[in-house]
Write a protein that binds this ligand. Structure first.
Ligand code: THU
Length: 137
């Protein structure tokens, strides 16, 4: 079983990715790092846009990067921001994590070293899935 201490190197990579955040509008930098079963790490940071809804969160940037490299088995995703408590993900991200990394451990963290572990289902109980769509065939 993976313990909290085992995540420290992965969290460090998310903190490093956070330094590359493009957040001129909010000033709120977020970093993430997707760990795959092939033991590769895909960093992500939030990338904002003057058209605010076009902004992409750090965890989605990292996940999409992993998928673009053909990775499909995600083990863990730390998300780090400078918040008093471990950062809370926005509503969209758990939906995307639910779809792309349903069995991963989400590690919510802050710059003080506080962490909180969650499953995608815990972040989004009753999330919408492909099974909810009518069968098109
Ligand atoms: N943000 C993330 O990147 N991940 C989260 O889990 C929460 C929010 C970003 C989006 C936006 O660039 C900024 O934080 C403020 O909402």
């Amino acid at each position: 079983m993976t313990t909290r201490a085992d995540y420290s190197a992965l969290i460090a990579q998310a903190i490093e990715a956070r330094e590359r955040a493009y957040c001129p509008y909010s000033g709120f930098a977020v970093g993430a790092a997707v760990l795959t079963t092939s033991d590769r790490v895909f960093p992500g940071c939030n990338v904002e846009n003057a058209a605010y809804p076009a902004t992409v969160c750090a965890e989605r940037t990292a996940l999409l990067s992993a998928f673009a490299r053909g990775e499909r088995e995600i083990v863990a995703i730390p998300v780090v921001a400078d918040t008093p408590e471990p950062v809370s993900p926005c509503g969209t991200c758990p939906q995307v994590i639910h779809e792309l990394a349903p069995h991963c451990t989400v590690i919510l963290a802050n710059m003080r070293g506080d962490i909180s572990l969650a499953t995608p289902l815990e972040l989004l109980p009753g999330g919408f899935t492909g099974g909810d769509l009518p069968n098109k065939s």
